[in-house]
Design a protein around this ligand. Sequence first.
Ligand code: AMP
Ligand code: ZN
Length: 109
Amino acid sequence: MSDCLFCKIINGEIPSNKLYEDDKILAFYDISPIAPVHFLVIPKEHIQSVDAVNAQNSEVVAYIFAKIAKKAGIENGYRVVSNCGHDAGQTVPHLHFHVLGGKEMNWEV
Ligand code: AMP
Ligand code: ZN
């Protein structure tokens, strides 16, 4: 998608602080971290949100989780969040998983 921020990060038009990359996914540090460790994991295929995951494109989601478990390397656990749509505060319409860690987190909505 030509006007998608994360597609631009994937194709190098916009720089990012990369943590991991392969042919299917990219992980990079969030520009406005809300935890001591805060990175995003995205599929290279443009999928709008969790809501747009279906039987045809869901393989990459399992792949992301398999990689998160190995790449996170965060002591004492971590949280994975995916905001979907307006009420959840999704600001970038390209599926992304926030990985948060490095501190004890509470649970507020
Ligand atoms: P969300 O609000 O769930 O859609 O998450 C989008 C996230 O992308 C926010 O946490 C932003 O801080 C982050 N973000 C926006 N632009 C960039 C960028 N250029 N590099 C890294 N992270 C970004
Ligand atoms: Zn995109």
